[in-house]
Design a protein around this ligand. Structure first.
Ligand code: ATP
Ligand code: PRP
Ligand code: MG
Length: 281
């Protein structure tokens, strides 16, 4: 049985379970369940703290797991990123009281509060910057400067609302663009992961793409195909009216409206967009 670790709490938990459900797996109904066997799919799910997942995977206790890229890099484990999952996107940044810091070199000799000490220190070490002290906190890191235990912080930023509320400003480049990732042991057997990987890739494709159908005058077909090249190549069918063709093609969801505008402009009509519920590409 394939052993899969899934976050039991926090930002990653619900979207991770949702993605696995869309991939056809059973997921727990009660958040207190810690283990769940999906006999039909020959997998076992272990609901673990997101921060511990890379450690379990790295030690070979479970085969794969879902965690954040930032948590993976902070774990110092032998787990490696296998597949980016596109949710729980965030950046990891340095911040300080507004107006005081401009570049990462300003962190030299300062006290840093963070829940991700390995990630922050590796980044600084690579740039020859040595902080005076790292204060390791479990959360509410943004409050550490006001409380006087640190000069700067390094933390997850999504909307920036928490930073602003604490009177902090980011400085320097982002350390990392993070998102949820599927991790595996470096020496994992790829065959054992093949079905899970394909299923998750199928969900990603169904989320990122939609199906578009439209009719276009035959002489404009090449022009239309240039606007919608499709995943491989558009499917073109005859219409009863010989002067027109019907086209079916996959397009990125975030470009739906600009593509419809462009197609309409060249003379395509009856442009319809439908959801993809599942896919294998
Ligand atoms: N506000 C956020 N927006 C998007 N992703 C986030 C956010 N906060 C944390 N993450 C991501 O979630 C992961 C951390 O999840 P974790 O469950 O440890 O923290 P949390 O959601 O803050 O939960 P907790 O309530 O335990 O603090 C990281 O990969 C991080 O990048
Ligand atoms: O940029 P924002 O959209 O404001 O999101 C970022 C904040 O969200 C997380 O905190 P969380 O709510 O998990 O609280 P915590 O600090 O107690 O972990 C993270 O640690 C940041 O503080
Ligand atoms: Mg948190």
């Amino acid at each position: 049985m394939l052993r899969i670790a899934v976050p039991n709490k926090g930002s990653l938990s619900e979207p991770a379970s949702q993605m696995l459900r869309e991939a056809g797996y059973r997921q727990r109904r009660d958040s207190r369940e810690l283990v769940l066997t999906d006999v039909d799919n020959d997998v076992e799910f272990f609901f673990l703290r997101p921060r511990d997942i890379a450690v379990y995977v790295g030690s070979g206790t479970v085969d794969v797991g879902i965690t954040g890229r930032d948590l993976l890099l902070d774990s110092d484990s032998k787990a490696v990123e296998h597949l980016a999952l596109g949710f729980a996107r965030s950046t990891f940044r340095f911040a300080a009281p507004a107006g005081e810091y401009t570049s990462i070199e300003d962190a030299d000799g300062k006290r840093i509060a963070t829940s991700y000490p390995v990630l922050a220190l590796n980044y600084l070490r690579d740039r020859g910057i040595t902080p005076a002290k790292v204060v390791r906190l479990d959360g509410a890191v943004e409050t550490a400067t006001r409380l006087g235990v640190a000069d700067i912080i390094a933390d997850v930023v999504e909307t920036g609302t928490t930073l602003r509320a604490a009177g902090l400003e980011i400085f320097g480049e982002p350390l990392l663009q993070s998102e949820a990732v599927l991790v595996r042991a470096a020496d994992a057997d790829d065959d054992k992961l093949a079905v899970l990987t394909r299923r998750l890739q199928g969900v990603l494709t169904a989320r990122r793409y939609v199906l578009m159908d439209y009719d276009v005058p035959t002489e404009l077909l090449d022009k239309a195909a240039a606007i919608t090249p499709g995943y491989e190549s558009p499917t073109v069918s005859d219409l009863h009216d010989a002067g027109w063709k019907a086209v079916r093609v996959m397009i990125p969801r975030d470009q739906v409206n600009s593509i419809m505008d462009a197609l309409y402009d060249i003379g395509a009509r009856a442009i319809l967009v439908t959801q993809i519920l599942a896919s294998r590409v």
